[in-house]
Each structure stands twice: as C-alpha cells, then as structure tokens.
Design a protein around this ligand. Structure first.
Ligand code: DX5
Ligand code: ZN
Length: 218
C-alpha cells in the first residue's frame, strides 16, 4: 500500500510581512498542511508566534494547520491554539511530565493529538502513548531555527518507529519529519516510512513554490 506523502511548508521561513499571501501561495502550490512553529524562548532559544497569529493564518487558508508547540507547559495553551484554528497540535515529549493527560487534553479540545521527539530522545519515551496519537513527529534537527542541516540518524529512527507502529496495529499513524528536508533527505525518510514532510527553507527560499513542493514528493 502506498500512502500519498503530505507536504507541510513551515511558515517560519515565510515573509511575515506578507504572511496571508505567503500562506495562500503555498495552498495554490499544492501544500497539504500549513506547519506553524510556536516557540517560547525557554524550551528553545527562539521566540515566534502565538494564538493570535495562528488565528490570522486560519483566516487566510482552508488548509489544516499543523501547530508545533516548542514551549514549556504546553497544557496551558492547548485550548487557545485549538480555538485559534489548529487542526493538529503537536507537543514535545520533553516538555510533558504528564504526556498521556496532555494528549487527551488535545483530543478533548477538538484537535488531533501528535507528539514530537528531539533528535536525542529515544523512541522508548513514547512507546506507552502510541495508542493515543494520530501522528508522531521526529525532529531531524534540534528545534529552534529553520535552515539547519538534517541529522542522518533520523532515517533509521523513522524506520524503527514505522516497525513499532506496524507491530502495534497503528499503521495509520502519520510519521512526520521536521528539519533539513530537501528532495534528497525527503526520499530517504519516505523510504523509511515517513508520511508527512515539514519543509521551511526548501519551499519558501525557492523561487517556485509549486516546483519545490512537487520535488519533495518521491
Ligand atoms: C525548527 C522547526 C522547523 C523549521 C524547519 O525548530 O520546527 O519546522 O521551520 O525548517 P527547515 O525545513 O528550513 O529546516
Ligand atoms: Zn516545526
């Protein structure tokens, strides 16, 4: 069975002065999701956006918003992001001492629960919640900034996660990969079992968004 690979351009690399137009442009260029990177200057060294901007993005597109929370105590803001229009809400395992509860909170807020691991966090950290998520995001860079180099060991991590999900009857769960995705790394992670590709620079720093998005689909 082949699943169509979804492409989620990360607006972190977009021109924020023209955000609505940028989001419309990726929609017209064939994007499947809009990836929104929320950073608090605490879990990661960078600061980005909050629910107000998510709400503005929501108004400018019909694509689902894939909201990646790189913030401490994400449980404090899940309701706000769901209300702002997030379809998928992803929380870092590293920020959630009560991860199971936080994932239930996302579902109760009406969004799709997703969990993410930093490159140094082992898959065993989420084994117990694989039945509670619809997506697992594997970071292929250390979170905080766009434009970093892909960490090659992610490919084997994707392969092992796909096997783990298959073994648990959770084959439908999406595996998303975030960081340093380009046509070459996309091919590698998709072959290993990834189904959603986040791409910041590979899309927004390209002169032709449609071509850039198409080039990521193997
Ligand atoms: C990094 C963010 C990524 C980032 C990816 O912390 O989570 O979504 O925008 O950017 P590229 O594709 O340029 O590595
Ligand atoms: Zn991200």
């Amino acid at each position: 069975m082949t699943t169509r690979v979804k492409v989620a351009p990360s607006i972190l690399s977009a021109d924020f002065g023209r955000l609505a137009a940028e989001v419309k442009a990726i929609e017209q260029a064939g994007a499947d999701l809009v990836h929104v990177d929320v950073m608090d200057g605490r879990f990661v060294p960078n600061l980005t956006i909050g629910p107000l901007v998510v709400e503005a993005v929501k108004r400018s597109t019909t694509l689902p918003l894939d909201v990646h929370l790189m913030i401490v105590e994400p449980e404090r803001y899940i309701g706000d992001f769901a209300k702002a229009g997030a379809s998928i809400i992803t929380v870092h395992q590293e920020t959630c001492p009560h991860l199971h509860r936080t994932l239930q909170q996302i579902r109760a807020a009406g969004a799709t629960p997703s969990v993410v691991l930093n490159p140094a966090t082992p898959l065993s950290a989420i084994e117990e919640v694989l039945g509670d998520v619809e997506q697992v995001l594997l970071m292929s860079v250390n979170p905080g900034f766009g434009g970093q180099a892909f960490i090659p060991s992610t490919v084997d991590k994707v392969r092992r996660l796909r096997a783990l999900l298959d073994g648990r009857g959770r084959s439908h769960v999406d595996i998303e990969v975030d960081g340093g995705i380009n046509p070459d790394t996309a091919k590698q992670v998709v072959a290993a079992g990834a189904t959603v590709l986040v791409a910041g620079n590979a899309v927004f720093k390209s002169p032709d968004y449609a071509k850039a998005i198409a080039a990521l689909r193997p």
